[in-house]
Design a protein around this ligand. Structure first.
Ligand code: FES
Length: 100
């Protein structure tokens, strides 16, 4: 039998890194893995380990708008995110952490 618990994270960031190899649009077409790596490094640098988690996600169904970054449980979505946008996403996470 499964166990149900609340998320242990205040902010859980999912970065879609789905890669269709160019056959159809996918988030990996535009450096989503680099976005994820940079976000993870930035979050680690803030000392939020155990409070903010950056995870890879599979396709979230809005591939044409990728790279997509989703933040839960706050239900925020960022689309067309480039590595240059990581600081802006981090600022939002910082605000969410200050409000927690
Ligand atoms: S490939 Fe990222 S949302 Fe579909």
């Amino acid at each position: 039998m499964q166990i149900q618990n609340e998320s242990p994270y205040i902010v859980h960031v999912f970065v879609c890194t789905n890669d269709r190899g160019g056959e159809r649009k996918s988030c990996a077409d535009n450096n989503s893995q680099l976005v994820k790596d940079q976000l993870k490094k930035a979050v680690d640098g803030k000392g939020w380990k155990g409070k903010v988690r950056v995870s890879t996600s599979g396709c979230m169904g809005v591939c044409g708008e990728g790279p997509n970054v989703m933040i839960y449980p706050q239900k925020l979505w960022f689309s067309r995110v480039s590595p240059d946008d990581v600081d802006a996403v981090l600022s939002v996470i910082e605000r969410l952490m200050s409000e927690a």
